[in-house]
Design a binder for this molecule. Structure first.
Ligand code: ITT
Length: 206
């Protein structure tokens, strides 16, 4: 069976591939990504929830490739900012912002804040391509959500991971995701929780 990862974020491709490859039941699954489909359409993340954005990415790419597709939509929710940047985490600091710019903007917004509680949220959707002549949209995509609670540091630390990882310390640890490294992040992250739930769905259908 083939499974397409519908993301252009190379950090996510790395994490999802590593987690899928440690799952022995998946030996028979060939993992593809959008690098294998360079002309795949750009999917605009214009929905109000992670679940809807993940479902949109998965269904558009499943129809384009004709293959079962997994998409992930994630964000960081900061309590002192009323849950921002949240579902808008990607464009919160502007369309062309880099990870470093996003991190600096968040630290600035939290200057002086004593409540630094935050959580990562990830929705993972798995979609089947539409059968010819079918109008069945609802039943061909399934979506699950994972969360990871923690807090925001006062300065970036660490080089691993991507995005907001250098300023996020998960509960139970004293280092950022970027310091803890991929192996630990992939055991406890929002994405790993969502992926475990998504794989249960996948296995129940294989
Ligand atoms: P897609 O191609 O999969 O859409 P993306 O980079 O647009 O990739 P998202 O919209 O899901 O990804 O995520 C928005 C931003 O949230 C992303 O650019 C990161 O800055 C941040 N983010 C998401 N997951 C993260 C993680 O595990 N660690 C750190 N930051 C993360």
């Amino acid at each position: 069976m083939k499974l397409v990862l519908a993301t252009r974020n190379l950090g996510k491709v790395k994490e999802l591939t590593a987690m899928l490859n440690t799952d022995r039941q998946l030996e028979s699954i060939q993992i593809l990504s959008l690098q294998d489909f360079p002309d795949a359409p750009e999917v605009i993340e214009d929905r109000d929830t992670y679940e809807e954005n993940a479902s949109k990415k998965a269904t558009v790419i499943a129809d384009y490739t004709g293959l079962r597709t997994l998409a992930d939509d994630a964000g960081l929710e900061v309590d002192a900012l009323g849950g921002a940047p949240g579902v808008h985490s990607k464009r919160w600091a502007g369309d062309d912002a880099t990870d470093a710019i996003r991190v600096q903007k968040l630290l600035k917004a939290l200057e002086g804040a004593t409540n630094r509680k935050a959580r990562f949220v990830a929705a993972i959707a798995i979609a089947e391509p539409t059968a010819p002549n079918s109008s069945d949209f609802v039943n061909r995509v399934q979506v699950v959500v994972g969360k990871c609670e923690g807090h925001i540091t006062h300065a970036p630390a660490g080089n691993s991971g991507f995005g907001y990882d250098p300023i996020f310390v998960p509960n139970g640890y004293e280092k950022t995701f970027a310091e803890l490294g991929d192996t630990i992040k992939n055991q406890i992250s929002h994405r790993s929780e969502a992926l475990r739930l998504a794989l249960k769905l996948l296995y129940s259908e294989i």
